[in-house]
Design a protein around this ligand. Structure first.
Ligand SMILES: Nc1ncnc2c1ncn2[C@@H]1O[C@H](COP(=O)(O)OP(=O)(O)OP(=O)(O)O)[C@@H](O)[C@H]1O
Length: 646
């Protein structure tokens, strides 16, 4: 085939040549064939389906030859600098004798370039997710992460270029869950040094929830919270990854994992005040119609798969019970939050001078004196709502192999900063203050400074790998008290709430809260019959409904607040009205719906019936009041947050 000479330019966003443009965010890896000066860019580009309005990613490989050895080096450096994974491959002819794609150090284009080790992750796959198709779903994502030995062998024996097959070079340890709670046990016990680059969940929100709860039940939850969590959506509803990362399909999810980046996620903690048990969530906690539907839907998982929620919803609607409860909450006052020193709360966290969390403990803090104001907003040692600013001070910075981090830049510029200034929203490379790279001498110099390639033939920015030994914020506060398992359903009747409301939690109480105090939280109280109460940690989009449909439009996954939705109504008609309005995002305008940003909420159910609440699709018994707030630290999702809607 004749070779055509073209001028190409690599910027922080795209590779541009002639009238063509390849977005770097679609590039999974670049293969460089040793000796031939041949490059192959492996990309998964988004293509629109012709007839339906959906799009999908398909593999496209682009080949080019660098004119000379110097340009080879410049291209390698420039791609590595943009966070592209680089494979060094033997020349196809040379390698046909040796079945190996990895070259030794001497074969790398420059001795000044070192490679990082391959990202090593644990994959936890729930074979029951969705309609039991998680394995099939993962088979679409797996080739993006790594190539199988078999296919590499095939390539050599059949004379294909190996560069077609070796992509991001992840080392995967895949574990399929055998039963409910398997993922949780695994995440709580696995040796984290065996998966230094994170845990990838293949399934729905439930499996992510189990991993979250498992990780944070470890002896050192703060350190465990730094374990990056990746998600390949394969469940019935993958609200978390769809809402926060804007990803719905497994290939895009795998591409996002390869591209790296990290999103800080607030963690919702729900404490059973009677037992002190805590269950955590990333997405939503709910009580009422939705938790009943969740309970019923369990029966139909096998038969209806993702449609089970609709079936259970319709059946529950026919026999709609009444939900009587009380909810107390602390609304967010943005002005006060700014003024009431997050630093003060940071001190509290560091010295750990709070007692264990019970409703009484919460109350005693709430009614403390002004001098005690540093503890007043704290529901318990481990369930605490902090504002976003505080959390930004607390959480560490994230990094992921293949991602050029600010750290790498600061090392380069000689301005390393030990202070863990976190970034709750991952920045794309293009957002950083890097000048666009073109393949000329100057840009190559910049690239080289930031790139390293090691002896096993892969390129990276040295400082981008997560370092467990790196200084994380120190937490002196006592570790959370954990029940080994989530609260279990038992046959004991639920609590009776016939007695009058405890005045401590009533906003009418004149003793609490003092109106002039800028720190003591102002509790508000609602009681009566409700169709549902939902506490959202992010916008909660649902994959199965219209893409525009959002449950909590004002919620952000990293704003340090929870969004409370109270559907204060009874009857099927109102319920239908709520869900119908939700299709058009008008549900919050209904007269019987309240939408409030809160720091903390306490829910008490009434009646003798055994009731349940849902947390990220996990059904839990509601046999005592529960208190919900955010943890003082965030967890990390691998990927980049979808742009915020204005
Ligand atoms: N091997 C297994 N057998 C039975 N149940 C399992 C198994 N592995 C996990 N589970 C349970 O299945 C629950 C649901 O899993 P998951 O969330 O992955 O799928 P889903 O319910 O289809 O998706 P979504 O939660 O998004 O609706 C998990 O909470 C977990 O407790």
């Amino acid at each position: 085939m004749a070779t055509v000479e073209v001028h190409a330019k690599l910027t922080t966003k795209a590779l541009i040549w002639g009238l063509h443009c390849l977005r770097l965010e679609d590039v999974v890896a670049v293969s460089y064939s040793d000796g031939s000066r041949r490059f192959t860019i492996h990309s998964y580009q988004v293509t629109k389906e012709k007839w339906i309005s959906s799009s999908r990613r398909s593999r496209k490989d682009l080949h080019f030859l660098a004119p000379d050895a110097e340009e080879v080096l410049q291209w390698v450096s420039a791609f590595a600098d943009q966070g592209c994974h680089i494979n060094f491959l033997r020349h196809p002819l040379a390698s046909s004798k040796k079945k190996s794609t990895v070259v030794d150090a001497g074969s790398s284009p420059s001795p000044s370039i070192r490679c990082r080790s391959r990202p090593t992750v644990l994959v936890i796959l729930n074979p029951r997710s969705g309609r039991g198709r998680a394995r099939k779903v993962f088979s679409k994502a797996e080739p993006v992460l790594k190539a199988s030995t078999l296919s590499i062998h095939f390539a050599f024996t059949h004379g294909h270029s190996a560069s077609f097959l070796q992509l991001a070079g992840f080392r995967l340890t895949i574990v399929e869950t055998t039963d409910a709670r398997h993922a949780q046990t695994l995440a709580s016990t696995v040796d984290l040094s065996t998966c230094p680059d994170g845990i990838i969940c293949v399934g729905g929100d439930g499996i992510v929830n189990e991993v979250l709860n498992g990780l944070l039940s470890r002896d050192n939850p703060h350190r465990a919270s730094e374990v990056p969590i990746g998600i390949i959506p394969a469940g019935s509803d993958n609200s978390l990854v769809w809402t926060v990362l804007g990803i719905r399909d497994p290939v895009s999810a795998a591409v996002a994992i390869v591209k790296g980046g990290m999103v800080g996620m607030d963690v919702l903690g729900v404490e059973w005040t009677k037992t002190g048990a805590v269950h955590l969530g990333f997405t939503i906690a709910y009580y009422g119609f939705m938790s009943d539907v969740l309970e019923l839907s369990g029966k139909y998982q096998k038969r209806f798969g993702p449609l089970r929620y609709f079936v259970a919803g319709a059946l529950k609607l026919l026999r709609l019970p009444q939900y009587k409860c009380e909810i107390d909450f602390v609304p967010v006052d943005t002005k006060k939050d700014e003024a009431s020193g997050p630093n003060v709360r940071l001190e509290v966290d560091r010295h750990g001078d709070l007692e264990a969390g019970t409703i009484e403990a919460i109350f005693s803090r709430s009614t403390s004196t002004e001098n005690d104001h540093d503890a007043t907003n704290e529901p318990s040692d481990y369930v605490r709502g902090l504002d976003g600013k505080t959390k930004k001070q607390l959480s560490t910075r994230a990094s992921f192999p293949g991602c050029c981090t600010e750290e790498a830049l600061s090392v380069h510029h000689g301005t390393t900063s030990p202070s863990p200034r976190p970034r709750t929203r991952s920045k794309s490379r293009s957002e950083k203050s890097w000048s666009g790279l073109s393949v000329d001498g100057e840009s190559a110099r910049v690239s080289r400074a930031n790139s390293v390639i090691s002896s096993n033939g892969e390129a990276e920015n040295v400082s981008s790998a997560p370092k467990w030994d790196s200084p994380a914020p120190k937490w002196d506060s006592p570790a959370p008290k954990w029940d080994s398992a989530a609260p279990k359903w038992d046959s004991s009747p639920g609590p009776k709430w016939d007695s009058p409301v405890d005045s401590r939690f009533s906003s009418e109480s004149d003793s609490f809260p003092p109106s002039s105090d800028s720190v003591v939280p102002k509790w508000e109280h609602r009681q009566g019959y409700f169709l549902g109460i939902m506490l959202c940690n992010h916008q909660c989009k649902t994959v199965q409904c219209l893409p525009s449909q959002v449950l909590a439009p004002g919620a952000e996954h990293d704003d340090g607040n929870l969004d409370l939705i109270i559907v204060r109504a009874v009857g099927r008609l109102q319920l239908l009205r709520f869900f119908w309005s939700m299709q058009f995002n008008r549900h919050l305008k209904l007269p019987f719906v309240e939408y409030i940003k809160v720091r903390q909420a306490i829910l008490k159910t009434a009646g003798n019936d055994l009731q349940g609440c849902g947390i990220d699709g996990e059904l839990l018994e509601l046999n005592s009041p529960i208190s919900a707030a955010l943890l003082p630290y965030q967890c990390r999702l691998i990927g980049r947050a979808r742009p915020r809607q204005q």
